[in-house]
Design a protein around this ligand. Structure first.
Ligand code: OGA
Ligand code: NI
Length: 205
């Protein structure tokens, strides 16, 4: 079995058993480095926009819910590091479709930056304007992450009638995958700039 297939198998078992999976070293250090360079260049060029929450509402209301700035990755990119990430993601999709019959048809993926003090309150990734999101995938690019930086992803999960909160540090190379429709989650306030790439695998075009 290929190394990548082993990773995919581990992720799929995690999702089937728990509704989520955490895979460290999904991205190699080198891949993280290249993605970070493009990320920072685009951020410094002012290409990112304040993220929305899928509802109308003024900026102040939005910022009380979600403070990250995002930039969508163009499917037709010619940037090698982005192409490699899309390729890895598509390999995962093909593996999922072949082994779990999920019928994933498309992917949408964006960079996200949380500046100091920013957070994303508890939510689900599937709201009205986001139809067809089956799985959420997140890649982290934070090479010197320390516990005091906060910024953990918290996944809420019910087990035997009791709610569990699973805290996940956004460390470089780590990939997290979970069911978009079922799992509530949040991003705790981040006390250092927090870099990630979030994608959704969808069963619609
Ligand atoms: C999101 C989200 C989590 C994270 O973008 O919807 O929940 O850890 N992100 O960045
Ligand atoms: Ni989310």
């Amino acid at each position: 079995m290929l190394k990548s297939e082993e990773f995919f198998e581990e992720i799929i078992s995690g999702i089937l058993e728990n509704g989520y999976a955490i895979k460290d070293d999904f991205l190699l250090n080198e891949e993280v480095g290249h993605l970070k360079n493009i990320f920072e260049k685009k951020y410094n060029d002012g290409e990112f926009k304040q993220a929305g929450i899928g509802k109308s509402g003024d900026l102040k209301t939005q910022l009380e819910i979600r403070g990250d700035e995002i930039l969508w990755i163009d499917e037709k990119t010619e940037e090698p590091a982005e192409l490699l990430l899309l390729k890895k993601t598509n390999e995962f999709i093909q593996y999922l479709n072949a082994t779990c019959y999920l019928g994933i048809k498309s992917v949408e993926i964006h960079y996200a930056k949380y500046e100091n003090g920013k957070f994303y309150k508890r939510h689900k990734d599937m709201f009205q304007s986001q139809k067809g999101r089956i799985l959420s995938i997140i890649f982290y690019l934070n090479t010197d992450w320390k516990p005091e930086h906060g910024g953990e992803l918290v996944i809420y999960k019910e087990r035997g009638g009791v709610e569990e909160a699973i805290k996940i540090e956004p460390i470089a190379g780590r990939m997290v995958c979970f069911e978009s429709e079922n799992l509530e989650h949040e991003v705790l306030p981040s006390y250092a700039p927090r870099l990630s790439i979030t994608g959704w695998l969808k069963n619609v075009d």
